[in-house]
Design a protein around this ligand. Structure first.
Ligand SMILES: Nc1nc2c(c(=O)[nH]1)N[C@H]1C(S)=C(S)[C@@H](COP(=O)(O)OP(=O)(O)OC[C@H]3O[C@@H](n4cnc5c(=O)[nH]c(N)nc54)[C@H](O)[C@@H]3O)O[C@H]1N2
Ligand SMILES: Nc1nc2c(c(=O)[nH]1)N[C@H]1C(S)=C(S)[C@@H](COP(=O)(O)OP(=O)(O)OC[C@H]3O[C@@H](n4cnc5c(=O)[nH]c(N)nc54)[C@H](O)[C@@H]3O)O[C@H]1N2
Ligand code: SF4
Ligand SMILES: [Mo]
Length: 875
């Protein structure tokens, strides 16, 4: 290994969340990349969170899809592309354009997205292209369009720093937009910004909250209606601004009717919120999936926008509503028209003038003239055989779609499925007829747009592995084979971007706000050198904020307030008494195809879990660390029980990251119904009605191995370690012979060291060869009590003397659960340092141990450890 730099750092952008941090990637002699934050990028000014910092660890070629496959066999590119083009052509010829579909992703680059959208909407002549952004941003898009007439985020990140009050609604910013969270936390330290978190769950984000409103799930529209009524009562409606807004009377009337007890909040908390919001002119209301992923998500968005429109607190420094985007290019996808109900450049598919303009620009033979199928309906149409050929690009719907089991069956049953991915084995690639290897982050060139409308370059720093090709090129190659060589004849992503920028100028001339025509026909060197910029960027306009001038994109030119009637909550079905909330953990990204490969990112949360309130746990007789079986009419999951009062009784939480690859019984979207918001079509992924019962585990197991761990038992969840893998296991019934079971798990045929404690039913087996620990399996009738970090650290080493004791021997210390992923520092070490050195602040912990001083993602956890130490000391 040679970790010397071989070239200067390449300026690029992180491929994870929508903060869109600039990254400096330095190619190393050993083929890897050194990763650092780009001090010159306006989104992060040098900061990175733990996922961004660990990018270099996710780039190995193990598991990559390196050649095209047809029917599971390696194939030549020409054969694969010919087959895809022919099957799509034949299907269209026989059954019409609406019998085919593309399901794409907010993780595609703008250039990839533009090409896919052009092919489907202008050339195939159907709008059956939808994106995983339907599961993510659709309600925000629909809410923006209702209120503003366009899908425009009015504000900028710097507003978080200049606001006096920041309200985070349904957003776990600390874990999901960590660098933006750090910017907010720094502003709060510097100038005392008030922070309110609105979330039924007490998340890490609450660490910096002056007020946490643990409202009843789904009660957000009621909360913001109550706020709107309070705004009116206090005379805070801004008449100069509302002169440019319609619908105010109806919205106020609906708000006045909202009963004050409909949020589930204590009166004093509600009062404090109303006082804070109405009392702070400079207020930013940030919202994310707790708002969007709801069967009334669009109404919730408009309930928030109403308050900003009524007070004129919009598009001015330090104030405005702010929808944070999830994926790195969720925003870019909205701009190119990746959703089934949009055209490119914010133009409307249902507007004949818009269609004609785009058709003319593309010289398109057959324009789609009505919206296509939205994600949930698209997979239903697949199930019913109405869609006969599907191309899935850069997303893993067999895991992430609601009713995921049903979606997986529909994909398996489709006559012809193509999947473009970077990885060979995912729950979705397994179902494909044709697999196309794509280049991934670091290997491709293009642009992305972040949450504040800033367009940045992703730049290539590594060669394409194997035969992988760029997504835009793969799609264009298929289009050329379908007979549209000229329209898809680009040679580089720069040329695609130049065409797109030119089209945006045409859209801008129609009055649209998305206009980057300064870059129309951009030459290659300028594209290479492009600096991050805010849109719009055209002859007349440059970045900045929107709507402070009262000019909107609705037909009347006025903004729109919407009368919101919060839904009446349904009584829970007695058979499905729990409302399951789902979301993300700090160190993993979605279906973990990349973050799951980094040992550093896999130790924070190593298996699928269920956060359950102590009352629920007691009633269900679920002990901490036991397993729960969760069932809904759509599916079933088995999850580790984490008993905590961070969640409310009746409202457990489970993370979304585990898959058939990493934890086959932990696929939580299999539990989620295909219920959607009527306006946006976005699924209600945060509120699945479920039943919960103890999983009857007779035996629990924990295994580590220097090689891949085979599947066994009735529960199995795997994670990557620096020296191999670990797995959590459970069996209903004991296997005949534990040694044989262990040998099968590890693919080893020799006798392990063994310890059996018959009174407690413990079996501990360690495979030691030439003094090195190759593998170990610990089993117990109770959840296995062993220091995971101790076994993980001993793996592949000669530190085997005390291995069967399950904890470090004298003179060695146990790290405990990982807290700081950057420096590998565990909870036990931090607790010891706090006690020994009498540490009082997070910064002191940092000075002493390094924890929390790099990316800062673990600072909320450090604060909790400090609090725990203080409580213990005081007790
Ligand atoms: N670490 C990490 N970061 C990520 C991602 C990742 O996979 N991992 N994914 C990225 C993507 S694509 C996205 S979309 C974003 C998502 O970012 P967030 O939306 O911040 O994340 P989630 O965990 O999905 O959900 C946010 C919160 O909504 C709360 N919630 C549930 N129901 C309600 C409700 O009725 N009302 C309110 N007010 N809140 C509710 C949940 O308790 C949860 O804490 O994260 C991005 N960043
Ligand atoms: N229950 C529940 N379900 C949810 C959510 C929730 O909160 N709760 N959140 C929803 C949200 S907001 C989102 S965004 C989705 C995310 O869900 P998905 O989009 O399904 O998740 P990812 O794991 O990001 O999938 C990306 C896939 O693209 C591959 N890939 C990576 N880079 C490239 C590339 O450059 N080219 C190609 N062709 N492939 C690439 C990866 O290997 C991976 O297989 O999940 C949704 N599902
Ligand atoms: S906050 Fe983290 S995941 Fe998001 S863009 Fe920045 S480094 Fe990447
Ligand atoms: Mo998302």
């Amino acid at each position: 290994m040679n970790a010397e730099p071989v070239t200067r750092p390449i300026r690029t952008t992180c491929p994870y969340c929508g903060v869109g941090c600039g990254v400096l990637a330095t190619p190393l002699a050993d083929g890897g990349l050194a990763i650092a934050g780009d001090p010159d990028h306006p989104a992060n000014r040098g900061r990175l969170c733990v996922k961004g910092s660990a990018l270099g660890e996710t780039l190995g070629l193990g598991g990559r899809l390196l050649r095209p496959q047809i029917g599971g066999q390696a194939a030549e590119w020409d054969d694969a592309l010919d087959l895809v083009a022919r099957r799509f052509q034949d299907t269209i010829a026989q059954h019409g354009p609406d019998s085919v579909a593309f399901y794409v992703s907010g993780q595609l680059l703008t250039e990839d997205y533009y090409v896919a959208n052009k092919l489907m909407k202008g050339f195939i002549g159907s709008a059956n292209i939808d994106t995983n952004s339907r599961l993510c941003m659709a309600s925000s898009v629909a809410g923006h369009k209702r209120a503003f007439g366009s899908d425009t985020v009015p504000g900028l990140y710097e507003d978080f720093e200049t606001a006096d009050l920041v309200v985070l609604v349904g957003s776990n910013l600390a874990w999901c937009h960590p660098v933006l969270y750090q910017r907010l936390a720094a502003a709060r330290d510097a100038r005392g910004t008030r922070v309110v978190v609105v979330d039924p769950r007490r998340t890490a984000t609450c660490d910096i909250a002056d007020l946490h409103l643990a409202l009843s799930p789904g009660a957000d529209a009621a909360l913001f209606n109550l706020l709107l009524a309070e705004i009116e009562r206090r005379g805070l409606i801004a008449p100069d601004f509302t002169a440019h807004v319609e619908g105010i009377e109806a919205a106020l009337a609906a708000a006045r009717e909202t009963p004050p007890f409909s949020t589930g909040l204590p009166h004093a908390d509600l009062r404090r919120f109303l006082d804070l919001w109405t009392g702070s002119e400079k207020v930013v209301t940030v919202y994310s999936q707790g708002i969007n992923q709801s069967d009334s998500g669009t109404d919730k968005v408009n309930a928030i926008l109403n308050c900003h429109l009524a007070t004129g607190r919009i598009g001015r420094p330090g104030m405005g509503p702010f929808s944070v985007t999830g994926q790195p290019n969720a925003m870019g996808g909205r701009e190119v028209g990746g959703l089934a109900n949009m055209l490119a450049c914010h133009l409307e598919i249902e507007n004949p003038a818009h269609r004609a303009v785009v058709q003319g620009f593309w010289a398109a033979p057959r324009m789609a003239d009505r919206p296509g199928l939205k994600a949930v309906d698209m997979f239903r149409a697949l199930e019913e055989g109405r869609i006969k050929a599907l191309w899935i690009i850069c997303t893993n719907p067999a895991v992430s779609m609601p009713e995921a089991d049903r979606v997986a069956r529909a994909i398996a049953g489709c006559e012809f499925t193509v999947v473009s991915d970077i990885m060979a084995q995912t729950d979705t690639t397994r179902l494909a007829d044709v697999l196309l290897p794509a280049t991934g982050w670091g290997e491709k060139d293009g642009t992305v747009t972040n949450s504040e409308r800033r367009i940045s370059r992703q730049r290539r720093s590594l060669a394409a592995p194997g035969e992988a090709r760029d997504d835009w090129r793969i799609i264009a190659d298929v289009a050329r084979r379908m007979g549209w060589a000229e329209a898809f004849g680009w040679d580089s992503p720069a040329q695609v971007f130049a065409e797109y920028a030119a089209l945006s100028g045409v859209a801008g001339a129609l009055g649209g706000d998305f206009d980057i025509s300064d870059h129309a026909d951009i030459p290659e060197p300028d594209y290479d050198a492009m600096e991050p910029f805010l849109w719009p960027q055209s002859a007349g306009r440059r970045g900045g904020r929107f709507f402070h001038d009262g000019r909107f994109h609705t037909p009347s030119g006025r903004g729109r307030m919407i009368a919101i009637r919060p839904p009446v909550r349904r009584a829970a079905d007695a058979a499905l008494p729990f409302v399951l909330n789902t979301g993300r953990v700090r160190d993993h990204w979605h279906t973990m195809t990349r973050t799951g490969r980094a040992p550093r990112l896999s130790r924070h949360m190593a298996e699928p879990f269920l956060e359950l309130h102590p009352q629920d746990a007691a009633r269900l007789q679920l002990a901490p660390a036991s397993l729960a079986e969760v069932e809904s009419p759509q599916g079933r999951a088995v999850l580790r029980v984490l008993v905590t009062d961070r969640v409310a009784p009746g409202h457990p939480f489970a993370p979304i990251h585990w898959t058939g690859e990493t934890g086959p019984t932990g696929r939580v979207s299999a539990l989620v119904p295909g219920l959607t918001d009527p306006v946006s079509g976005q699924p209600a992924s945060k509120s699945a009605a479920v039943a919960i019962r103890p999983f009857p585990a007779g035996w629990y197991g924990f295994a580590v191995s220097t090689r891949e761990i085979g599947r066994a038992g009735d529960y199995w969840a795997q994670a990557t370690l620096a020296a191999g893998q670990q797995a959590e296991l459970a069996w209903r019934d004991a296997p005949q012979d534990w040694v044989a079971q262990a040998q099968a798990l590890f693919g080893l045929d020799y006798e392990p060291l063994a310890m059996r404690d018959r009174s407690r039913g413990l079996v501990r087996l360690a495979f030691v060869r030439d003094g090195l620990l190759e593998a170990a399996l610990f089993v117990s009738p109770e959840p296995v009590a062993v220091s995971r970090s101790h076994l993980a650290d001993a793996l592949g080493t000669t530190e085997t003397a005390d291995i069967l004791a399950g904890r470090p021997g004298a003179g060695r210390e146990d790290e405990g659960a990982l807290v700081c992923a950057c420096f590998g520092i565990g909870a036990n070490r931090i607790a010891r340092e706090i006690a020994a050195q009498n540490l009082r602040t997070i910064d002191e912990i940092g000075e002493c141990s390094g924890a929390g001083t790099n990316c800062g993602s673990c600072r909320p956890e450090l604060r909790r450890l400090l609090e725990r130490a203080c409580t213990a000391a005081g007790a």
